[in-house]
Design a protein around this ligand. Structure first.
Ligand code: GDP
Length: 296
């Protein structure tokens, strides 16, 4: 179920409940079951959906609601709050400060949109007057450096990488050191993704992180990976201190569910979403407007 449909289904379920003359246990259950179905079809992890349903039932105790209370409003608010809670881990991500050097390391599987997102993130800040720089620490995929170089050149962002060196840790450290000397305030380290989750990849991420001591590690996830989102995000979180999530490919047929799973698995907020292949197809992610849109 794509994002727009998810929003439609949820608001329809709430509308149907609102149309009922009396809102009792049965009507509430029907509404929650509809929402559950919609979330599952959107690839939200089963456990998350089940917890949400339990929480709403706890909050909205129909017997305790005195007559005259607007039950519809209370239920709607509870659903809104629960969806927000699923997307908000409770603590904000580290925010780099302009003019002060920050190292931001990007991790994620190959094809997730990591290299594209590194450039988008750099470009976004450059437009706001920052001095970003890109380091290509992906020595695994042939062509990775060329891709980053091409993107960086297009955006006029300084970059560092090597065609010869095969040690990603060495390149990452050299790049970070160079750009620190050049007073860049946002040093972005792009890493390898390989093609599947494998021990060697996670060990490499651990080493690059240990050597470059990033202020923030961003996990990049393709929104179309479905139910795999939770395990994938968790696997990265177990290797490096993921502190934020960027969900890509939210354009087209994106499902929103993976985002909720990634937040739950990493206990980190989504900070941006990718909405296209171009450099400026990149948006700040804000929980409340996102959920408001879902609820229609
Ligand atoms: P990496 O292997 O993780 O570094 O992934 P790339 O950055 O090479 O991206 C893989 C493909 O996804 C490329 O064709 C990108 O243009 C595309 N891509 C990345 N982000 C987005 C996005 O937000 N929307 C769309 N439609 N395509 C994207």
């Amino acid at each position: 179920m794509v994002l727009a449909q998810l929003g439609g289904s949820i608001s329809r379920a709430i509308q149907q409940m609102s149309n009922a003359t009396i809102i009792d246990e049965k009507v509430l259950n029907e509404c929650l079951n509809e929402i559950t179905r919609a979330l599952l079809q959107s690839d939200v992890q089963f456990k998350l959906v089940r917890d949400m349903q339990t929480n709403i039932k706890k909050i909205v105790n129909l017997d305790d609601l005195a007559a005259g209370h607007n039950k519809r409003k209370i239920i709607q608010q509870a659903i809104f709050n629960e969806l927000c809670k699923m997307l908000d881990p409770g603590k904000p991500a580290f925010t780099p400060k302009k003019g002060k050097t920050s190292v931001v390391m990007f991790v994620g599987l190959q094809g997730s949109g990591k290299t594209t997102t590194c450039t988008k993130y750099a470009y976004y800040h450059q437009k706001k007057g920052w001095k970003p720089a890109l380091v290509c620490a992906d020595t695994f995929r042939a062509g990775a450096f060329d891709q980053l170089k091409q993107n960086a050149t297009k955006a006029k962002i300084p970059f560092y990488g090597s065609y010869m060196e095969s040690d990603p840790v060495k390149i990452a450290v050299e790049g970070v050191e160079r750009f620190k000397k050049e007073n860049c305030d946002l040093i972005i380290v792009d890493t390898s993704g390989r093609h599947k989750q494998e021990a060697a990849l996670f060990e490499e991420m651990r080493q690059v992180s240990e050597a470059t001591k990033p202020d923030l590690v961003i996990f990049v996830m393709d929104s179309s990976i479905g139910q795999a989102a939770f395990d994938q995000a968790q696997a990265f979180k177990q290797s490096v201190a993921v502190g934020a999530v960027i969900v890509t490919k939210m354009d087209g047929h994106a499902k929103g569910g993976g985002a909720l799973s990634a937040v739950a698995a990493t206990k980190s907020p989504v900070i941006f979403i990718g909405t296209g292949e171009h450099m400026d197809e990149f948006e700040v992610f804000d929980v409340k407007p996102f959920v408001s849109r879902l609820l229609g």
